[in-house]
Design a protein around this ligand. Structure first.
Ligand code: ADP
Ligand code: 5GP
Length: 177
């Protein structure tokens, strides 16, 4: 099964994704490729950081399951290893989720939302995003949520990490059985 986490930047998708795979051995997190530069503290474990040239060559070589341009940078999910029978967790933007749904209508799509716009803003600043990033991510938040809802995504409020993580695991368990 493919599980897709979507939601506005800074809502906590990455943090939740890391917790989910740490607590569920049957779930594996896909590592995306991106042309953006690493944030302080990010490493090759977070993304495969590549040049635009390298990314475009990979598109033509058929490397990606889905890819999209998000705020001036390219992001893509490499095709999963077909011999791995664990469930695959993707933490991607809504354009990517639309592509996954088109290829796999049974994919489970979860829309993570913040308890409030103020909380979202605090999380973006707390993570060290610059003002320009914060403004652009807040501007695109409403559209991300709207498109997520149109995809029929299941909504989970990330108020408390523990609670939101448990909620997602229980949705996942429900799907498995
Ligand atoms: P995303 O992957 O959606 O862009 P991150 O996982 O990077 O978001 O989270 C953005 C910031 O918000 C991080 O600093 C993270 O520690 C913080 N955060 C995530 N979830 C919560 C939460 N439930 N309560 C408070 N802060 C949170
Ligand atoms: P960030 O730059 O904050 O890490 O990510 C920006 C946006 O790109 C987030 O919404 C994130 O979920 C999304 N993203 C990360 N990896 C991928 C990917 O492989 N494909 C797509 N479509 N979006 C991605």
């Amino acid at each position: 099964m493919t599980v897709v986490l979507i939601g506005p930047g800074g809502v906590g998708k990455g943090t939740l994704a890391r917790r989910l795979v740490a607590s569920d051995p049957d779930l594996v997190l896909s590592r995306s490729w991106t042309t953006r530069t690493p944030r302080p503290g990010e490493t090759e474990a977070d993304y495969h950081f590549v040049s635009r040239d390298e990314f475009e060559r990979a598109i033509h070589a058929g490397v990606f399951y889905e890819w999209a341009e998000f705020q001036g940078h390219l992001y893509g999910t490499p095709r999963p290893d077909p011999s791995d029978d664990r469930d695959l967790l993707l933490e991607i933007d809504v354009q990517g989720a639309e592509q996954i749904r088109a290829q796999d209508p049974s994919a489970l799509v979860i829309l993570v939302v913040a308890p409030s716009t103020e909380a979202l803003e605090r999380r973006l600043r707390g993570r060290g995003d610059d003002e320009d990033h914060v403004r652009r991510r807040l501007e695109s938040a409403a559209e991300e949520m709207e498109r997520g809802r149109r995809l029929g995504a299941i909504e989970v409020v990330n108020d408390d990490l523990e609670r939101a993580g448990a909620r997602i695991l229980s949705i996942l368990e429900g799907r498995r059985h």
